[in-house]
Design a binder for this molecule. Sequence first.
Ligand code: DQA
Length: 147
Amino acid sequence: MKILVLHGPNLNLLGTREPEIYGGLTLDRINAELADLAAELGCRLTIVQSNSEGEIIDAIQAAMGTFQGILINPAGYTHTSVAIRDALAAAGLPVVEVHLSNIHKREEFRRHSYVAPVAVGQVCGFGADSYYLGMRALVSHIGKSRA
Ligand code: DQA
C-alpha cells in the first residue's frame, strides 16, 4: 500500500514557528516518525512539503493510479483553496485531513475547511499525534474498503 503525505505552506518552519500553537517538533522529526509508523503498518510513503498551491495540486494529480490514499495537512490552504479540494475530489482517493492545532477553537476563519467535505475524516488538535492518528485511520480505512 502506498500513501502520499502532503504538507502545505509554512509547515517547513515547524520547530520554530509559533511553537506554543504547533509544538516544538520539526517537520523532519514528524516525517521520521511517520516513516517508522508506515513500516509498522506495512505501507510505503512518499512525503511532499510545498508552499505552492500549484505544486500541491500537481502532486495530488500525480497520485492517481500510483497511491492508495492521501494524508494531507493543507495548512493555510485548508481555509482558502477550492482548487486543492477539486484536485482531491478528482483524484478520487481516500483522503484524511490532519492539523496539529484544533482549528475549531481558534480564529473564526480557521473553522471552515474546503477539504473536509472530500475527506474520509479529519484529525486535529493533537499536535504531531494528529498525523500518526490520521495515518492509522487512513490505512485502516483502505484495508476495510479492500476487504
Ligand atoms: C494548521 C492550521 C491552519 O489553520 C494553519 O494555517 C496552518 C497549520 C495546523 O496544522 O494546525 O498552517 O493546518
